[in-house]
Write a protein of this length. Structure first.
Length: 272
């Protein structure tokens, strides 16, 4: 069986692109997306108050731009840009608010009781939850701070000197990228890089924040709905069947037809 291919490479390329072109454009809790987003030739995903955005919308924007980057190097059987992931997770899933729409889960609507981005991706069969000490750059994290929560992309563990380090007892926090709120110490609110420190470590950098990492996981895309049908043994696409499964579906790239179903790693509330 072929190895699973994580989507981190494309997530990190999308961050590089967004950091260079959309940083610091403003934050507003009621706004989503810095602009109307193209969706791989299958439609567009509108913004409501561009260029302002907020954290969960920022994570969605990063995923969507990563899919666009992926598409540039992948063609279908006719030689045209591959639209498989865009059709299998269509525009409506990013704009709708029902239990069948991934937006409701990433945005953590009360009605779906989702724990965050990683949990949402696992529910829709395009990712998995994992332990904090197993994170890789380009994975997703949701965490709490003293007065607020946040959704972001994990970029690496850090020690007290703000240096990137492998996971060990020396780790006191991590670097991340998302849309950041406005503060006196952080006037460049909107898309940007930050450092998060665990509650027992005092951040020395003005952009450092106290946090508690809670829900983490990786994205694995694109995927085939036919494979999901085969696993679930149903004849129609019914996302609700995924919502409360006790396993995380790990789906391979379209060039392969095999799939693997493995148990979720549910080490919630991981702490240093």
């Amino acid at each position: 069986m072929a190895e699973l291919v994580r989507f981190n490479k494309y997530i990190l390329e999308a961050i590089d692109y967004i950091a260079a072109n959309r940083s610091g454009l403003g934050y507003d809790i009621h706004s989503y997306f810095t602009r109307t987003l193209d969706y791989g030739g299958t439609g567009s995903i509108p913004a409501n108050h561009p260029p302002k955005t907020m954290c969960v919308a920022a994570v969605c924007e990063i995923i969507i731009e990563a899919l666009i980057i992926w598409q540039k190097s992948h063609a279908d059987a006719t030689g045209q840009p591959d639209k498989t992931p865009f059709r299998q997770l269509p525009v409506k899933s990013w704009t709708g608010g029902s239990r069948a729409d991934i937006r409701a889960h990433i945005f953590m609507y009360d009605s779906v009781k989702c724990r965050g981005t990683a949990n949402a991706l696992a529910r829709f069969g395009v990712g998995k939850e994992t332990a904090f000490d197993q994170l890789q750059p380009g994975d997703f994290v949701n965490f709490n701070r003293s007065k607020s929560g946040h959704s972001a992309v994990f970029l690496g563990y850090i020690d007290r000197g703000y240096d990137d380090v492998p996971y060990s007892a020396e780790v006191v926090g991590f670097r991340y990228f998302s849309a950041q709120g406005q503060a006196a110490s952080a006037p460049n609110h909107g898309f940007g890089y930050r450092w998060g420190f665990f509650g027992n470590v005092a951040p020395r950098h003005p952009l450092g924040r106290y946090l508690t990492a809670e829900y983490e996981g990786a994205m694995i895309l694109p995927f085939s709905i036919a494979d999901l049908w085969r696993i679930l043994r149903v004849g129609t696409w019914r996302p609700r069947l995924l919502l409360y499964r006790q396993t995380s579906l790990q789906i391979l790239l379209p060039s392969t037809t095999s799939v693997r179903e493995g148990r979720s790693t549910l080490n919630m509330r991981s702490r240093v």
